[in-house]
Design a protein around this ligand. Structure first.
Ligand code: ZN
Length: 159
């Protein structure tokens, strides 16, 4: 069961990282194992952990892909959606840069997320869009209360 424990740990660490430090290219370096452990005590803690999302949406709206869509990324951890456990097995993971502070998410991120979701829908049989906080309530909080679901979903529907 080492893998299961690992994934749970990884998800918790990624949550903390996305809530707290997503700055510059730090998450890109984490996802690609290029985070310098000497840069911050927390980086030493997470160095060597396997964490990943398929995509990262930067504040400027750029999407960066880390994991091929046909492969599993480790973004959800222990999770359930509509009665199905282990969301990593059947979901595309997208992390949004920042969003935890007063600035919330940027206009470019909303626009980029709509485009990205449309693009994913074109190639995958997507049924839902859910927050990490929806699939792992109590453990994950992103995208958080500053994410405007109505804005995103209505923009998606209009496209
Ligand atoms: Zn997340």
């Amino acid at each position: 069961m080492a893998v299961k424990l690992d994934r749970q740990q990884v998800a918790g660490q990624l949550q903390r990282l996305t809530d707290w430090t997503l700055q510059g290219d730090q998450i890109e370096r984490l996802f690609t194992n290029r985070l310098d452990p000497t840069e911050h005590p927390y980086f030493a803690e997470v160095a060597g952990l396997r964490v990943s999302a398929h995509l990262l949406l930067r504040r400027n709206g750029d999407a960066i892909q880390f994991v091929p869509l046909h492969m599993r990324a480790w973004h959800a951890g222990e999770s359930t959606w509509r009665g199905q456990a282990r969301c990593n097995d059947f979901s595309v993971g997208i992390e949004l840069e920042g969003g935890g502070g007063d600035d919330g998410y940027s206009d470019a991120q909303y626009a980029g997320l709509v485009e990205l979701t449309r693009a994913l829908r074109a190639v995958l049989p997507l049924r839902d869009v859910a927050g990490h906080s929806d699939i792992a309530p109590g453990r994950k909080t992103d995208p958080g209360e500053r994410f405007d679901w109505a804005r995103f979903l209505s923009a998606l529907a209009l496209k």
